[in-house]
Design a binder for this molecule. Structure first.
Ligand SMILES: Cc1cc2nc3c(=O)[nH]c(=O)nc-3n(C[C@H](O)[C@H](O)[C@H](O)COP(=O)(O)O)c2cc1C
Length: 412
């Protein structure tokens, strides 16, 4: 039977977007790139909708005067709403920042046209509210896609629909469903601000899941699974500790890159941020490169141009090696990655594209927590002397010697 699940890293990404989505009220002023906004709006537009009626429209508001008009209305409504709370809660309510209309570089009003797609829409006849429900699905898609793009979204509902219609010229039959603020943020809080502030707790899921009929307990197996379920969270990066090691995998035998990739696997399993720079491989799509493309948390840079002994243009190879080394130096010096693999770096030194002494000197000044792995044949003696570990792969036997070609999934 075909496994229809997404690959594990994609599945984790979906759950991380869900768990890490937050309502945001403080934004940086820098604009959102149009192509990013287009992706976010496209995600919204791919929501389910009753009878495929797609009742939503999106009014993108950047104009300052328009936003000021909406903001003024929200301020007035906020004071009016405060009267609904008792004295203690009113003070807390008024203390919350509940919108970022003017801080955010843009606002989006999401509307719902209950007549979209004509009078006869499958499923809408009995439940006309389903148009609005569909629009909320689109808003949730928008919110999650924005989180994946690192863009914050804040939903402002302290608004009279009639006032919003007047400001934005929305026809009377069309309902403004959400007024959203969007922009870059410095960080996403782990938990809802209203939870952190002690306003309301997150309810236990087990209390909200019934089995068979309202109020009936869920099946024991499901109840037990829910009790063990923890909200998916990004793997916490382990704090940088200890001394970073310099590891060299060299020798004539197969397994140098393979061993380095094994370390990548291990380090990522521990939540450590990892970067790989490939100095030579580049012409072919390798299995590791294809897998790396599914791991957004892995920095994987293919900077080589293929094997130099194939090469017809040595200056092109030299430039590629220099560019890869410059990038590697930046990555290592930044200290954001606990493990940096410089795959096949030795060839770039042995071909004279890079100065071995300069490489060793630069590695010696790396941040103390960064582990560096270097692979490639004929590691220079001075590099081995500087390393904490040198493993030499020998080749007592190799399938090439029996005439076997490179095997998919084994060699590439
Ligand atoms: C329909 C709707 C309306 C909301 N209106 C407001 C609002 O007017 N002001 C505000 O600060 N937050 C508003 N929120 C955000 C909620 O307070 C927030 O989603 C909730 O506290 C959970 O936090 P989280 O979104 O960060 O997980 C709204 C959310 C929804 C879904």
């Amino acid at each position: 039977m075909t496994d229809l699940r997404f690959p594990a890293a994609w599945r984790r990404g979906v759950y991380e977007a869900i768990a890490g989505r937050r309502d945001i009220r403080a934004f940086r002023p820098d604009p959102i790139a149009p192509e990013v906004l287009a992706r976010i709006l496209s995600a919204a537009h791919h929501a389910g909708s009753v009878g495929f009626s797609q009742p939503w429209s999106f009014i993108v508001v950047e104009d300052r005067a328009t936003r000021e008009a909406v903001h003024a209305h929200v301020q007035a409504e906020r004071l009016r709403a405060a009267e609904a709370f008792d004295d203690a809660r009113r003070a807390a309510y008024l203390g919350f920042k509940l919108e970022g209309i003017l801080d955010a570089p843009l606002n989006i009003c999401v509307t719902c046209d209950p007549d979209r797609a004509g009078p006869a829409v499958i499923g809408r006849h009995t439940m006309p509210e389903t148009s609005a429900y569909s629009t909320c699905g689109a808003i949730q898609n928008l919110w999650l896609a924005a989180r994946a793009e690192g863009i914050g979204v804040g939903w402002v509902s302290i608004l009279e629909p009639q006032a919003l219609r007047a400001i934005l010229g929305i026809p009377a039959r069309v309902a403004p469903i959400a007024y959203l603020c969007l922009g870059h943020v410095d960080s996403f809080p782990d938990r809802p601000t209203l939870e952190t502030a002690g306003w309301l707790p997150r309810l236990p899921l087990g209390e909200l899941v019934f089995g068979g009929a309202w109020g009936q307990p869920a099946a024991p197996a499901l109840a037990a699974a829910i009790a063990h379920e923890v909200a998916p969270r990004p793997a916490p990066a382990a704090p940088p500790t200890g001394r970073g090691l310099l590891l060299v995998y060299t020798g004539q035998g197969k397994g140098k890159t393979t061993a380095a990739l094994g370390l990548v696997f291990r380090a990522m399993g521990r939540g450590l941020p990892v970067a790989v720079v490939q100095f030579i491989k580049g012409k072919w799509k390798t299995g590791e490169r294809m897998f790396a493309e599914t791991l957004p948390e892995l920095t994987f840079l293919v900077m080589g141009q293929g094997f130099t002994w194939d090469s017809d243009d040595l200056s092109r190879d030299r430039n590629a090696a220099i560019a890869a080394w410059e990038r590697s130096k930046q990555l290592i010096a930044a200290g954001d990655h606990s493990l940096v693999v410089l795959d096949e770096l030795t060839y770039a030194i042995n071909y004279g594209f890079l100065d071995g002494a300069e490489v060793i000197a630069a590695l010696a000044t790396r941040p103390p927590h960064v582990h560096v792995v270097i692979t490639g044949r004929q590691a220079p003696e001075a590099l081995c002397a500087a390393a904490d570990l040198v493993t030499e792969m020998t080749s007592p036997k190799h399938p090439f010697q029996q005439g076997h070609k490179a095997a998919l999934g084994i060699d590439y």
